[in-house]
Every structure is written in structure tokens, then in C-alpha cells.
Design a protein around this ligand. Structure first.
Ligand SMILES: [Cu+2]
Length: 286
């Protein structure tokens, strides 16, 4: 009689424990559902190119995986601490070698790592892909400024330090960039594109991106490259394809050609003297 009462008491305790464990496990999922069905960014933003958005989604996937694994681990730890704390002086039942459980907790992490690796490979291949495109920009970094040349067109943009030269590109078209440096190592970085590449002397780094939104985006050099490095800004102006063609056409006028020639001469002067040829009253800052 006494034994059966104790057994039913044990069953009740077990039932309560499993309900409590289920509640703890449901917490991370409830947090995701309560966040309004939109997947949180976990501190990142999707950016304004297809590549940056792919990278962002990869980051979201990694973060959700981390929340689930972390939540599960925390729940199991708390469950062990609370449910299996020492009650009285008796030493609890000692167990070892739970083969099925050991197989599960070895295989699942391996599957998770394979999944993360595969997802990263897919996104990386997308980011470094160079699909065919007619929009090509040769980007040349130098101490301390940027030059943007458009092969096949007369268009050339040149700017030193705080002149913030503007690289104009069309929206929703693949833009292929050939990036190099005239002197030392620079970094081509556009925050809104979530993208950075070395500009190396003697090496041409190639990449292609596709901007999804029109607007003007801030860019800067991300390699300490000398005295005016911290002012080595540029901008990327994303316009509609029609506006891009109009902009290219402005360089086909005598005025445009003169401006391009002046830009080339200015760059040559800069490169031969090694110091910016900025007016004395130039104000530094963004
Ligand atoms: Cu630089």
C-alpha cells in the first residue's frame, strides 16, 4: 500500500518536472514568435546589395541556430541543477555509458557544423561570383584618394581625400569592379554594402555587386595607408539605369572631356609630388 502511494507520488513529481522542462525549452521559440514573425537582425542590417542581403540572411541563420543550441544547453543545465540537486545525504543513483545518448550528442553537432559549412559555401560562392555584365568600373586607390574609370566611356571621376569622389552606378544591374592601388595597400569599403576588399599595388582584385536601392552611400579606405588615410572617403551614388546612361553621356561633351583630362592631370600631379594638391583652406571631415 505504502509502496503504491509512493509510486503515484513519484509519477506526479515526474509529470510536473517534464512540464517544467517543456516550459523552459519552449522559451527561445516563444521569444522568436513574440518578436512578430519578422526574424530579428541580431545586430546586423541587410544592406543595399544582393550580396550583403545574402550575407545578412546567413548571419540570421547562424544566430537563430546559436539561440536554439544555447537555449537548449542552458535548459538542460538548469534542469540538471534544479531537478537533480542533492536531496538529503543519500548518494544518487550512479550511471554511465548511455550509448544512444552519446551517439546523438556526437552526431547532431557534426550535422550542425556540416549545415553551417554548406550554407556558408553557398553564400560565399554567390558573393565572389562574377556574372557577365556591361557595367565595369576600374577603381584605383592612391595616397590619398580615389579614381573611378569607366572603360569604353569617357567617364572618369577623381578626388583626393575630403573631395569625396563619387562612383556612379546603376541600380539593379551587376557592376563589375577591377580594384587596384597605385602605391600602397588601401581598403575599398562601403558600409551599406557590407563589403570590403584590399586595393593592392600590382594586383587587380575583381568583384561584382548588384545594388538594390538608389541613394548615396558612404565609403572609405579601411587600411592605414599614411598621413591622410582617415580622410580617404568616397561615395557610391546608385541611380536608375536611365540616369546612369545620362550621367555617362555628360562626359561625351567637350566640357566633360576637358574635365576628364583635368582629372587625369590632377592625378599625375598628385602621384608625382606624393602630397595632396588641396587648397590650403580645405576643411577636413566627412
Ligand atoms: Cu588608403
Amino acid at each position: 500500500m505504502l509502496k503504491s502511494v509512493r509510486n503515484s507520488g513519484d509519477a506526479r513529481t515526474r509529470g510536473r518536472a517534464s512540464r517544467r522542462a517543456r516550459r523552459v525549452l519552449a522559451l527561445p521559440f516563444a521569444a522568436l514568435v513574440l518578436s512578430g514573425c519578422t526574424v530579428p537582425g541580431f545586430g546586423a542590417s541587410p544592406g543595399d546589395t544582393t550580396s550583403s542581403q545574402s550575407t545578412f540572411h546567413l548571419w540570421q541563420g547562424f544566430s537563430i541556430g546559436a539561440v536554439i543550441v544555447g537555449g537548449l544547453t542552458l535548459a538542460l543545465m538548469l534542469w540538471s541543477i534544479v531537478m537533480h540537486r542533492q536531496k538529503g545525504d543519500a548518494i544518487p543513483k550512479q550511471t554511465q555509458y548511455n550509448v544512444p545518448l552519446e551517439i546523438i550528442y556526437t552526431v547532431i553537432p557534426i550535422l550542425i557544423v556540416i549545415g553551417l559549412f554548406a550554407a556558408t559555401l553557398v553564400v560565399e560562392n554567390k558573393v565572389v561570383a562574377n556574372p557577365k555584365t556591361d557595367v565595369i568600373v576600374n577603381v584605383n586607390a592612391f595616397q590619398w584618394g580615389w579614381e573611378f574609370l569607366y572603360p569604353g566611356h569617357n567617364a572618369v571621376v577623381y578626388g583626393q581625400t575630403t573631395q569625396s569622389p563619387v562612383m556612379v552606378i546603376p541600380a539593379n544591374e551587376n557592376v563589375h569592379v577591377n580594384l587596384t592601388s597605385t602605391d600602397v595597400i588601401h581598403g575599398f569599403y562601403v558600409h551599406a554594402f557590407n563589403f570590403s576588399r584590399y586595393a593592392l599595388p600590382g594586383v587587380t582584385n575583381q568583384f561584382t555587386f548588384r545594388a538594390t536601392n538608389t541613394g548615396t552611400f558612404f565609403g572609405q579606405c579601411t587600411q592605414l595607408c599614411g598621413l591622410y588615410h582617415s580622410y580617404m572617403y568616397f561615395r557610391v551614388k546608385v541611380v536608375s539605369p536611365a540616369d546612369y546612361q545620362k550621367w555617362l553621356a555628360t562626359f561625351n561633351t567637350p566640357k566633360g572631356e576637358a574635365a576628364a583630362k583635368a582629372a587625369a592631370a590632377s592625378l599625375q600631379q598628385q602621384l608625382s609630388t606624393g602630397v595632396p594638391t588641396l587648397p590650403a583652406n580645405t576643411k577636413f571631415g566627412r
